[in-house]
Write a protein that binds this ligand. Structure first.
Ligand code: GLA
Ligand code: ZN
Length: 659
């Protein structure tokens, strides 16, 4: 059975009499799956050991009559009040020593051992109850792990877990002292029991402690998920297990979190969240989120929550324009989602999310959003089987590392320097040229890519140097940028050589000076054109490399800003600054032209082109993210499948090209 479209459904929020109406409306719209129960612990187990599954059974049975299957969430993101009463120290403690109380969700410390017993009891019970139910096809563990856990948790249990984690990593306290440089400010520890979590201090913490804390925290959450995966795999090995991730959210190393899942799911909210300063994310940022999700396992994925209406809690965003909900869903599919589940089915009348709009409004009467999505589902479903499981086949990869992002959060250098934003800028340079991109971690093989862009390689291991060198030796093109080779993996500065440290051989130049551009930007000339750059300038001295761009201002006017080095059969570019977007675009366009990297569509325009490549054909999506009609010129071998060369405002088209 093919599962293509779904809705996040909360039957417990409505009178049971409504079930049948909902199931029928869903069926008529083309929905074949719902996700349920991820927050309904108090309804499933109102008292310890007293289980109440009949309401959920009833919902599953009713939906089954309409051929709608079910993914069940394990409700560990919302422990009920009776659990908090039993284990009050489950409530997490923030870095200022304040307890985060009951009344929202995710009010759970992730290391609490007593809580695991509760999870085990309920999850095992649910697993036994549903393991042979043919209508329950899989499980989602918890919900958006790490969400709301940013500054948490500093309780006694977490501190002890951190100390054990450190002991396992460093073996002896002497080793830890050395790796952290605790000699500085008399921070030397005599035993692991003395080590704090990074709670508020009069000044900043040791950067090596902070980086290990972030690594520990990521591992802790991965382990929290694994605990539930193990229970489910044992009891119901025939149902899939997934989790809903959040794009570039970076509290957890998502490569690790994805590892033991059958597939990744992602929550896509193009209008962002109510407190985002920018009401709509840029289309290229949305595309990057989706490409990262596909890249985690290099496989197609689900959208477990796709925006279905205006969103917000206390404050609302704009209402999606006609066509936009379908466009965003099409974008998700174009980047590799084989199933799209909309959040949520019906807008809830109570609770924190009263204004986070679903497909249906509060009244439950189908309106614009229902009919737009119904039309979209009906037009695209017949074609989805043709490109199921297919990937874009990218010639370019961006190296994305959680450890780098954490290290820059700890020491951003410039107040606005943000690792993820720089990743997004380089991504956008490729997106603007309709070039498919994969994200890779340092553990992937680089060989299959013509071009690897590795921004901000701040922490450098010998292993990374080895893989990059091998890649370049064999003909790969590598782009490195500013602040690379600065640090060892323990977050201490590299001292063996001038910057870029271990990468100097590859770069073929050294950095003789640098300048953090606190209150101004900087002129930079590339191929006779003047551009601006910002935040940071590395001043380069080429040894073997050649300078291809110069700064134009200040005492280093005329000195190299970008270099290129021939190394083995390949090339290494080093960009010593954060260039404005136009320079990134032009610079990458030159590399793309010189190396013969294929663009899906040639003319840069306000239309996004994405492909799913099968053995026999390319399925090409054209996505118009603007409010204007856009006319495109198909390549000769493109055949229209859905819509055509005239793209309506917020419209899309699907083409097929035989290979
Ligand atoms: C997240 C959660 C959902 C819901 C939506 C809207 O993505 O997973 O449960 O809260 O946001 O706020
Ligand atoms: Zn804790």
């Amino acid at each position: 059975m093919n599962i293509r479209f779904g809705a996040d459904y909360y039957p417990e929020h409505w009178d049971e009499k409504r079930l049948e109406t909902d199931a029928k409306l869903m069926h008529d719209m083309g929905i074949d799956v719902v996700r349920m129960a991820e927050f309904s612990w108090s309804k499933l187990e109102p008292e310890k050991g007293i289980f109440q599954f009949d309401w959920l059974d009833n919902a599953i049975n009713t939906l089954a009559k309409y051929n709608i299957r079910v993914v069940l969430g394990t409700p560990s993101a919302a422990p009920p009040a009776w659990i908090i009463e039993e284990i009050p120290d489950l409530l997490p403690l923030d870095s200022q020593g304040r307890v985060r109380g009951f009344g929202g969700r995710h009010h759970n410390c992730q290391s609490n051992i007593a809580y695991k017993e509760h999870i085990k009891r309920l999850v095992s019970k649910m697993a036994h109850h549903y393991k042979d139910n043919p209508n329950v096809i899989g499980w989602q563990i918890d919900n958006e792990l790490g969400n709301s856990h940013n500054d948490l948790c500093h309780c006694k249990s977490c501190r002890e877990h951190f100390q054990k984690w450190l002991q396992y990593k460093y073996k002896t306290i002497e080793q830890l002292n050395k790796e952290w440089g605790t000699n500085f400010w008399s921070q030397t520890y005599d035993k692991f029991e003395q080590i704090p979590t990074p709670m508020i201090t009069p000044t900043s913490h040791n950067p090596s402690l902070l980086l290990d804390w972030k690594r520990f925290h990521s591992d802790l959450i991965v382990e929290f998920q694994q605990f539930q995966i193990d229970i489910l795999r044992e009891i119901c090995p025939h149902q899939f297990i997934t989790h809903n991730l959040m794009g570039f959210f970076n509290l957890i190393d998502y490569f690790d979190l994805a590892d033991n899942l059958d597939f990744v799911s992602h929550d896509q909210y193009p209008m962002g969240f109510y407190d985002d300063p920018q009401p709509i994310k840029e289309p290229s940022a949305l595309a990057a989120d989706l490409d990262l999700m596909r890249s985690l396992k290099n496989q197609t994925f689900w959208i477990m929550e796709q925006q279905a209406g205006p969103s917000g809690w206390e404050i609302l965003g704009r209402t999606p324009k006609p066509g936009q909900l379908a466009l965003w869903a099409a974008q998700s599919i174009a980047h590799g989602a084989d199933t799209v589940v909309f959040f949520r089915w019906r807008t809830c009348a109570y609770g924190t999310e009263e204004y986070w709009h679903g497909i249906l409004p509060h009244s439950g009467i189908p309106g614009r959003r229902y009919y737009e999505l119904q039309k979209f589902i009906q037009e695209i479903v017949p074609h989805m089987e043709n490109f199921k499981n297919s990937l874009p086949e990218s010639e370019v990869a961006i190296l994305y590392s959680y450890e780098q992002s954490w290290a820059f959060e700890i020491q951003p250098h410039h107040p606005e320097l943000n690792y993820i934003n720089q990743i997004r800028k380089y991504y956008k340079g490729l997106y603007n040229q309709n070039i498919p991109v994969d994200f890779i971690s340092g553990n992937n093989n680089f060989e299959k890519y013509k071009l690897v862009i590795a921004p901000l390689q701040f922490l450098v291991s010998d292993k990374l140097v080895e893989s990059l060198t091998e890649y370049v030796e064999q003909g790969g093109i590598l782009v490195l940028t500013m602040r690379s080779g600065v640090k060892e993996m323990n977050n201490q500065c590299h001292i063996e050589a001038d910057l870029p440290g271990k990468l100097t051989g590859l770069v073929g130049a050294t950095i003789t000076d640098y300048d953090c551009l606190r209150d101004h930007d900087m002129g930079i000339r590339y191929k006779d054109t003047d551009y601006r750059c910002e935040k940071w300038c590395d001043i380069l001295k080429p040894e073997k490399a050649e300078s291809i761009s110069k700064y134009t201002e200040d005492f280093y006017a005329g000195q190299p800003a970008i270099t290129v080095n021939k190394s083995g059969k390949g090339l290494v570019y080093y960009i010593g600054t954060e260039p404005e977007q136009k320079l990134i675009d032009d610079f990458l366009a030159d590399i793309v032209n010189e190396s013969g990297i294929e663009r899906i569509y040639d003319t840069p325009a306000e239309v996004e082109f994405v492909r799913r490549r099968t053995k026999d054909a390319d399925y090409i999506f054209a996505l118009n993210h603007t409010g204007k009609t856009q006319i495109i010129n198909c390549k000769d071998n493109w055949k229209s499948i859905i819509n055509n060369e005239k793209l309506e405002p917020y419209g899309y088209a699907l083409f097929m090209a035989e290979r």
